[in-house]
Write a protein that binds this ligand. Structure first.
Ligand SMILES: C[S@@+](CC[C@H](N)C(=O)[O-])C[C@H]1O[C@@H](n2cnc3c(N)ncnc32)[C@H](O)[C@@H]1O
Length: 262
């Protein structure tokens, strides 16, 4: 199955429907960010700690799989030279709209997070990567490419799913409000669902997801050469009313640094 085509279509549909992750920030948020009053999220509810960012925001920042006109414009208004890189043209269009409306230093590039070959080595000081790596089958190339395009001393801020979320029957949790542990981990829609379920998923515009493991998430960053320097947990917000989030942290975030002197 071509997971990139499937997920591009799904995210374009989500943007057309105005899902929460596709609604751009308004002018007030951008104006406040220009005055130094800003915060952004890697996970649904908790703002990223300010000390995860450089003291001076005039840096080259890659907003990785971060389309939707949300974090990219805020970080540009805070002073960064932002490149938003995302699979979905509709998501990138949200960032372009806000950048044009507000006159922000922001460019967009379409592509797959596992292939950053359009960027030279050591092109960025900071990578901002909100929860999105559940949409690719293999994390090793993502961490490897992030390490390559960062400058020494640069940081990778990542949000990702707690794999335990994928143990449960998703449709049952949504429709019957029951947590039924059915999927041994690691789980992958493309492997573990039958064709009917996949057809339903495509028709409803849900992307294909992979649970991954904590070893490939956190261990994988270490293998790529990063030093992990920060960690926090989060849950889905009231908008999603996610049943598993009543019992456990369902999202995680790490700060990881590429060793060396800037
Ligand atoms: C949950 S949204 C994250 C962005 C959002 N602004 C936020 O607030 O978190 C996930 C994003 O990942 C993008 N995406 C999915 N698969 C991708 C891939 N293989 N490479 C790059 N981006 C991808 C989607 O198009 C979507 O914009």
């Amino acid at each position: 199955m071509d997971h990139l085509a499937f997920n591009r279509e799904a995210w374009d549909k989500k943007a057309a429907r105005g899902s929460r992750w596709t609604v751009p920030v308004d002018s007030e948020v951008v104006a406040a960010a220009r005055l130094g009053d800003w915060s952004v999220i890697l996970t649904p509810t908790r703002p990223v700690p300010r000390d995860w960012f450089p003291t001076r925001m005039d840096c080259d920042l890659l907003a990785l799989a971060s389309g939707g006109g949300q974090q990219g414009p805020v970080l540009a208004a805070a002073g960064a030279r932002v490149t938003v890189y995302d699979l979905s043209p509709a998501q990138l269009a949200r960032d372009e709209e806000v950048a044009a409306r507000e006159g922000l230093d922001l460019v967009t590039v379409p592509g797959d997070m596992a292939d950053l070959s359009c960027f030279d080595d050591a092109s960025f000081d900071l990578i901002f990567h909100p929860v999105a790596n559940c949409f690719v089958p293999d994390l090793a190339p993502v961490w490897r490419e992030c390490f390559r395009v960062l400058r020494p001393g640069g940081a990778l801020l990542s949000g990702f799913m707690n794999p335990v979320h994928y143990v449960f029957d998703f449709e049952k949790a949504e429709k019957e409000r029951v947590l039924d542990a059915v999927h041994p981990l690691p789980f992958a829609d493309a492997v573990d669902l039958d064709q009917d379920a996949l057809d339903r998923q495509r028709a409803e515009g849900w992307p294909l997801e992979w649970s991954h493991t904590l070893e490939t998430q956190i261990g994988g960053q270490c293998v790529a050469g990063f030093h992990v320097t920060g960690f926090y947990e989060d849950v889905f917000g009231p908008e999603e009313d996610d049943l598993a989030s009543r019992y456990t942290a369902t999202m995680l975030a790490t700060r990881a640094v590429k060793p060396g002197t800037p």
